[in-house]
Design a protein around this ligand. Structure first.
Ligand SMILES: NC(=O)c1ccc[n+]([C@@H]2O[C@H](COP(=O)([O-])OP(=O)(O)OC[C@H]3O[C@@H](n4cnc5c(N)ncnc54)[C@H](O)[C@@H]3O)[C@@H](O)[C@H]2O)c1
Length: 261
């Protein structure tokens, strides 16, 4: 196992499951001091799993609702206090809550998608900056999506388009401070069943049909005609977070089998 994160403090959001937990666990296995942040209260249990792969790994869990600025600020303050600073922030929180034709979205549902898939990243990017500046530089990796071009989830597409825009502008503005800002844009990804569902209310039969239409579009839009694996998402995110990517900033890397979003 490489040790690309030895001596680095890494904060990963959305770290209780899915892509976020995989990224956080591997960053810890590669020597990082990793803070796992999530709204789900079992995040500390996931952070403790790092000990299995890497006895002596330095990890901590922190529960925060990143849809609030206070939550984002508290998470960054905790990480900096616990491990003496922050070098890398990886923003995993996000994900389409509902799949439906745009005309079928209720106004409150549109707001909920933006709150879930844009605001946590916007807030944590703001909240981490003083810590990165204090360190003399650092790296932010935002997890976007190829859904910037896709059906049945237009508000989510708009939120991830916002993530791409903030990635590029923040990168330009903070390059003089030695801060890199990049994004990966995953495509459909196969994963074990979620402990925390995207839509706590559950999907209706109609919504399941709309979801299947989106899945078909996502699969057909790839050159490989398949979903990616968790490992195929985790590896590029950690490459972007590492010093191996030191000359990459302001870039959104499509990781979607040829579907560039
Ligand atoms: N899974 C995919 O197929 C896919 C495809 C493209 C992009 N993505 C993106 O990758 C990222 C991870 O996706 P996933 O499917 O692995 O995630 P997921 O839905 O399985 O897990 C998301 C995690 O974020 C946490 N979370 C949600 N809202 C939060 C909040 N307000 N504050 C704190 N934590 C919160 C949840 O508790 C959960 O642990 C997301 O940004 C998603 O948009 C995923």
């Amino acid at each position: 196992m490489q040790q690309r994160f030895a001596g680095k403090v890494v904060v990963v959001t959305g770290a209780a499951q899915g892509i976020g937990s995989g990224v956080a666990l591997r960053a810890a296995a590669e020597g990082g001091k990793v803070v796992f942040v999530d709204r789900a209260d079992f995040v500390a249990e996931v952070a403790a799993q790092a000990q299995v792969a890497q006895p002596g790994a330095q990890t901590a869990g922190f529960v925060a609702d990143l849809e609030t600025y206070e939550g984002a600020h508290a998470a960054m303050a905790f990480a900096a206090q616990r491990f003496g600073g922050i070098d890398i922030l990886i923003n995993g929180v996000g994900g389409a809550i509902r799949m439906r034709p745009f005309a079928e979205f209720e106004p409150a549902q549109i707001d909920a998608e933006i709150r879930r898939s844009l605001m946590p990243t916007l807030y944590t990017c703001h909240a981490v900056l003083p810590h990165l500046l204090a360190r003399g530089g650092g790296t932010i990796v935002n997890v976007s999506s190829n859904a910037t071009r896709g059906i049945r989830r237009v508000p989510y597409s708009a939120a991830k388009g916002g993530v791409n825009a903030l990635t590029q502008s923040l990168a330009m503005e903070y390059a003089p401070h030695n801060i890199r800002v990049v994004a990966s844009a995953p495509g459909g990804t196969s994963a074990p069943p979620r402990r925390v569902p995207r839509n706590a209310a559950g999907d209706t039969e109609q919504e399941k049909t709309w979801m299947n239409e989106a899945v078909q579009q996502v699969t057909e839009s790839t050159f490989f005609k398949r979903y990616g694996t968790l490992d195929e998402q985790i590896a590029p995110i950690l490459f972007l977070a590492s010093d191996e990517a030191s000359y990459i900033t302001g870039a959104v890397l499509a990781v979607a089998g040829g579907d560039n979003g």
